[in-house]
Design a protein around this ligand. Structure first.
Ligand code: PLP
Length: 408
């Protein structure tokens, strides 16, 4: 029997063999503490962290001193948002307002909700049916009390990208900070904190072919220093922003993953976008009533979110045994409610319940795409044949002249 096909790269990625090879020595004989540099073990670890920091910085157009290693994006997001708020409070500053969008990840929305309980004000901008914000509305929402705008690079469910450079320019002009959750963006498309006017940016290793449990937060160096109150107090590691002994093997892995992405991001994005488009076209050629969620073109290369009318996503996933896919976002799986992202873009409930996320990545092959497409087409046809709603729609269309094309 063939191994299952992995098609859930927005949930997590496998570790690239080259990344594993780079990190393994730091789990074996190079086990030193990067802060204990009075001997060879510590010096080796310290040098490896230094090199990794340079690669992480290089991938996003930052300098090494602007990188804070974390356990992952959730931590980086919490450090950025709660850290900004707490530092402003301590300095008795006037700013307590954040601007965000309803389609952001729960790590952002829930952190802001928590801060709301502590006196923060949060403006949630509307998004259109593709998940895009309006730039004029963004500008209008910023006030002289706005501490930061929190908008993601690309959506984990529907793939829609935000225009980072335009957002960064508005934030700079209006005198506020731009925090970007780039968990789905780093290494997936060209992203440059300098060009895009980003002040803080968070991402996770495990979306980038490094292991789980490591990530980075970019904190722009500016004068005066951008103040973030730490979440953890202790040894003052990471410029005092994040105390705790460094996860050297994870950091080495993240550095290697960034080095690979730096060399391959453009080619990989092109290859994935071509596969994604082929998958969509093949499915839509055979099936009617399939809607693409998210922006048509300004989207994550390896993401395709499709809503199949007259078909429950859960039944479809069960029927597609052997293909690892997800209904909506993995972060919400097990929750029968419509995901907040699909609600945020105003997708009608019937389509939301029929939505599947296809996540393609580095190790997806053309053969995988062909097999996924043909299995999905066959399953949707079979399930629709059992759907009374589909039966009604077919009868209605037949009366009006033109039955749904599928189901011979
Ligand atoms: N932000 C986005 C857009 C994500 O997709 C995720 C994870 O799915 C996160 C934040 C949280 O990342 P982690 O679970 O690695 O901390």
């Amino acid at each position: 029997m063939r191994d299952p096909i992995y098609c859930d790269y927005q949930a997590t990625t496998p570790v690239d063999p080259k990344v594993l090879e780079a990190m393994l020595p730091y789990l074996r004989d190079r086990f030193g503490n990067a802060s204990s540099i009075s001997h060879r073990f510590g010096m080796e670890a310290n040098a490896a962290v230094k090199s990794a920091r340079e690669w992480v910085a290089r991938l996003i157009g930052a300098s090494a001193g602007e990188i804070v290693f974390t356990s992952g994006s959730t931590e980086g997001i919490n450090l950025a948002l709660k850290g900004l708020f707490a530092a402003e409070r301590r300095a008795s500053g006037p700013r307590n307002h954040f601007v965000t969008a309803p389609t952001e990840h729960p790590a952002v929305l829930d952190a802001l909700e928590y801060l709301r309980g502590d006196g923060a004000e949060v403006t949630v901008l509307p998004v259109d049916s593709r998940g895009s914000i309006g730039l004029a509305q963004l500008r209008a929402a910023i006030t002289d009390r706005t501490l930061a705008v929190a908008l993601m690079a690309a959506n984990n469910e529907i793939g829609t990208r935000h225009p980072l450079a335009e957002i960064g320019a508005i934030c700079a002009e209006e005198g506020t900070l731009f925090f970007c959750d780039a968990t789905q963006g780093v290494g997936k498309f060209d992203l440059d904190v300098e060009r895009d006017g980003i002040d803080l940016l968070s991402f996770s290793g495990h979306k980038l072919y490094a292991p789980k449990g490591v990530g980075a937060l970019f904190v722009k160096k500016r004068m005066p220093r951008l103040e973030l109150a730490p979440l953890f107090h202790g040894g003052g590691h990471e410029h005092g922003y994040r105390s705790g002994t460094l996860n050297v093997p994870g950091i080495v892995a993240l550095g290697k993953a960034c080095e690979i992405a730096f060399a391959e991001v453009d080619d990989e994005a092109q290859r994935l976008a071509a596969m994604r488009d082929r998958l969509r076209l093949t499915i839509q050629r055979e099936l009617e009533d399939v809607v693409v969620n998210g922006h048509e073109t300004f989207r994550l290369p390896g993401n395709l979110s499709l809503a199949f009318r007259y078909c429950e996503a859960d039944s479809l996933l069960a029927d597609l045994d052997g293909i690892a896919l997800s209904a909506g976002s993995a972060c919400h799986s097990g929750n029968a409610q419509v995901s907040h992202v699909l609600r945020g873009i105003g997708l009608e409930p019937e389509l939301a319940h029929g939505t599947i996320r296809f996540g393609l990545g580095r190790f997806t092959t053309d053969q995988d795409v062909a097999e996924i497409a043909s299995r999905v087409i066959a399953s949707v046809k079979r399930l629709r044949e059992m759907s009374p709603l589909y039966e009604l729609a077919r009868a209605k269309r037949a009366r009006e002249g033109g039955a749904p094309r599928q189901a011979p």
